[in-house]
Design a protein around this ligand. Structure first.
Ligand code: PGA
Length: 252
């Protein structure tokens, strides 16, 4: 009932020409698969290129962040209205690198989530604990706070498109992944928090992705878990064959 979503977060990599080289090679590799939805999230300068390349293929284009205002004097920012105008369908919100380097907070995540839903964008809201938080037994406290503030004031009737990504910060770009047990526990806990905020029906239909050093060789084991509904992939999404393997291996 929850169709897996496999998302590529290219971070600050790939010029438009490099994005084109990627899509030329990647799209044929996944053309025959139907089990998962795929979204490519390039930097803003490559969004138009990627939107054009994926048109009609079933693959989607997403932004890595956005502002929550429709327009205004916010130098450097991109609004949901602008993403709509480009034909972008998804947006990552609250990635830990945005939280760490660009002042993203649980409160701005909440505002951005509301803006994304209001503008018909599929939001991929990232949550996850730091290493010290896990080691001191605070993982669930952190997840509870992040999820509950993100979902504050969200109308369950409008929350159908919501996607959450559980990304333990210590697993991002480090080659470390959560063990299947850690991921299963966290995803279960997050689903219960979604139920507390938005009701059981939305919790049951919300996709919860795992992110943090997902590679072709661990995608299958992670995606086989009951509460894991896909992956948010950084490093291993930069290379077409590697990302295509993750998509194909995630079929369970
Ligand atoms: P990684 O990044 O796959 O390189 O660990 C994941 C992410 O930051 O979304």
């Amino acid at each position: 009932m929850r169709k897996p979503l496999i998302a590529a977060n290219w971070k600050m990599f790939k010029t438009p020409a490099e994005a084109t080289a990627f899509t030329n090679e990647f799209l044929p590799l996944v053309a025959a698969q139907t089990h998962a939805e795929i979204v490519l999230c390039p930097s803003p300068t490559s969004l138009p290129t990627v939107v054009a390349a994926v048109a009609g293929t079933g693959v989607s284009a997403g932004a890595q962040t956005m502002d929550y205002h429709d327009n205004g004097a916010y130098t450097g920012e991109t609004s949901p209205v602008m993403l709509n105008a480009l034909g972008v369908s998804h947006v990552i919100i609250g990635h830990s690198e945005r939280r760490q380097y660009f002042n993203e907070t649980d409160t701005t995540v909440n505002l951005k989530l509301k803006a994304a839903l209001a503008h018909g964008l599929v939001p991929i809201v990232c949550v996850g604990e730091h290493r010290e938080e896990r080691e001191s037994g605070k993982t669930n406290d952190v997840l509870k706070l992040q999820v509950s503030i993100a979902l504050e004031g969200i109308d369950p009737a409008a929350a159908k498109p919501l996607v959450i990504a559980y990304e333990p910060v210590w697993a991002i770009g480090t080659g470390l992944t959560a063990t299947p047990e850690m991921a299963a526990d966290a995803h279960k806990f997050i689903r219960a928090e979604i139920a507390a905020a938005l009701g059981a029906e939305i919790a049951a239909s919300t996709r919860i992705l795992y992110g943090g050093s997902v590679k072709p060789d661990n995608a299958a084991a992670l995606c086989a878990l009951e509460d894991i509904d896909g992956a948010l992939v950084g490093g291993a999404s930069l290379e077409p064959a590697s990302f295509a393997s993750i998509v194909l291996n995630s079929a369970v």
